[in-house]
Design a protein around this ligand. Structure first.
Ligand code: HEM
Length: 498
């Protein structure tokens, strides 16, 4: 018996040892780049390049690796290979010219678990095309390109200016006020109603969205190492992220149910009515994607993608103005010349206000709001610049590599609206400000976001001069990387000009 046991345990240890060696070998082989793959840094088994990325943050690690390995490189995040595409021409080649192959969303945690591949941001293929093209059409009808949008935005601008005036030239934080105002614009397009600044339900909804934007930097690692969600507790905030999304969806569902009670197909009031109408039309057709879950998810996407980003753009603009007071004065001069003081600036003034437009382009460039865009994926094997990028690869459009490219934008860390003006003061050279990405997936909210930024910023500078707190220098420029690059909340004062 004892002899048998010894032999058995000897066998077992041999088997365990063989398994261990086999696993180690497999991990070492898997950490090697496949043939014809873009080059990149050495990878550790299992972790890949994750530790460097966590230490430096992804954007800065990518800047360093681009110097070492060129414009197309690959890194391993956990056990997942990620291909990073840098530089204006390469991004055009991949996402515009080869857009048919590079426009999927990849199989990563946020896409799979948070969007559940419903709506616009997380879907792919024919479902994505259908949801995106319906949304673009409906947004055109209930906002974009129509006078009514300008009326909605100006209504919100008035309320916002009033709340800034109430600060009576004392120190305040811009963050809360601007988030409510920008979110209210989407609310009025989607729900047909705006919310008061002190509405408790709306305030909770906004907090959930804000929290998701700030925790998602951590979720970035989860995207590629989903086994981390199995660790007890919620170290990387995955559970909180999912819980918040569920609550956002509930808020949206309540609004949809309210609309259903009063729906009238002859009087479509807003985006929700337009979607209900489309669902009714498609009732008999089970090949379309107009289902309840896509409905709620598309609205979720409009809020999440459209609120934080635009509000962040406005926060960057004001912070840069606090650092460069001359810029506010030049904007004010142009506003006085074109608009005067008797009315708020309008969209039709835009073409006559190149300096204010240049300030917005420079803000979008320096603010670098979504430096790595949203991850893309491939739907087939692609030969790109001599490398083989396999089907289902994760591909990152490194917008940061263009927005900070010193060949395109000399002295890229200097805030200089003048770079976008020619000798006659006309706008120039803004085409490469890829803040909204490019190709098939380019941001469908660009037109709305740029209108909002123009109307808010010019109306703000028309009425106020923005200054740091009394006796203090301009607040430091501190970048926080959640899903977006946003300035850390900063204090300021607004002095009435008129
Ligand atoms: C300054 C403000 C904004 C910036 C910088 C911005 C930037 C971006 C970027 C970089 C993407 C990723 C595109 C890609 O995958 O290649 C994106 C996607 C998207 N954005 Fe925006 N965005 C802004 C405002 C808005 C607004 C106001 C809305 C909604 C009304 C919106 C809705 C969306 C949606 C739905 C997507 C997903 C598109 C798709 O997957 O097809 N965004 N945005």
């Amino acid at each position: 018996m004892a002899v048998t046991q010894t032999i058995m345990s000897g066998d077992l240890s041999a088997v365990s040892l063989a398994l261990l060696i086999g696993t180690i070998l497999l991990l070492i082989i898997r950490s090697r780049r496949p043939r014809m793959f873009p080059p990149g840094p050495l990878c550790q088994p299992v972790l890949g390049n994750t530790l460097t990325i966590m230490r430096k943050t992804m954007v800065y690690a990518f800047r360093d690796w681009r110097k070492d390995y060129g414009d197309i490189f690959s890194v391993a995040i956990g056990t997942k290979w990620v291909i990073v595409i840098n530089g204006y021409e390469n991004l055009r080649e991949a996402f515009v010219k080869k857009g048919d192959s590079f426009s999927e969303r990849p199989d990563i945690f946020v896409v799979r678990e948070i969007t559940t591949r419903h709506g616009i941001v997380g879907s792919s293929g024919s479902i994505w095309k259908e949801q995106r093209s319906f949304t673009l059409g409906a947004l055109r009808d209930f906002g974009f390109g129509k006078k009514s949008l300008e009326v909605r935005v100006k209504e919100e601008v008035e309320v916002f200016l009033g709340s800034v005036e109430e600060t009576k030239e004392q120190t305040f934080m811009l963050t809360d006020k601007i988030h409510i105002s920008i979110s209210n614009i989407i609310c009025s397009i989607v729900f047909g109603e705006r919310f008061e600044y002190d509405d408790k339900t709306f305030d909770k909804f906004l907090q959930l969205m804000n929290e998701n934007f700030s925790t998602s930097a951590l979720a970035g690692v989860l995207n590629f190492m989903p086994f981390l969600t199995k660790i007890p507790g919620d170290l990387l905030s995955a559970k909180r992220l999912k819980h918040n999304i569920d609550q956002i969806m509930e808020f949206v569902e309540d609004r949809i149910q309210e609309h259903r009670k009063t729906f009238d197909e002859d009087n479509l009031r807003d985006f929700i009515d337009a979607y209900i109408n489309e669902m009714n039309k498609c009732k008999e057709d089970d090949t379309t994607s107009f289902t309840e879950l896509h409905f709620v998810s598309t609205i979720r996407d409009l809020f999440i993608a459209g609120t934080e980003t635009t509000a962040t753009g406005i926060k960057w603009a004001i912070l840069y103005m606090l650092h460069n007071p001359g810029i506010q004065d030049k904007m004010h001069e142009e506003i006085l010349h074109v608009v005067g003081l008797g009315r708020l600036p309008s969209i039709h003034d835009k073409t006559m206000m190149p300096y204010c437009e240049a300030v917005i382009y420079e803000t979008l460039r320096m603010g670098n709001i979504l430096p790595l865009s949203v991850p893309h994926g491939t739907n087939e094997d692609v030969i790109f610049k001599g490398f083989t990028i396999p089907k289902d690869a994760v591909v990152i459009a490194n917008l940061d590599s263009v927005l900070t490219d010193e060949e395109i934008f000399p002295e890229p860390s200097r805030f200089s609206p003048e770079r976008f003006l020619d000798k006659e003061g006309k706008l120039q050279g803004f085409e490469k400000v890829l803040a909204f990405s490019l190709g098939r997936r380019t941001c469908p909210g660009e037109s709305l976001a740029r209108k909002e930024m123009f109307l808010f910023l010019t109306s703000m500078v028309q009425r106020f001069k923005f200054l740091p707190p009394k006796g203090e220098p301009a607040p430091p420029i501190v970048r926080r990387l959640g899903i977006s690059f946003s300035p850390a909340p900063y204090p300021m004062r607004a002095i009435l000009r008129v």
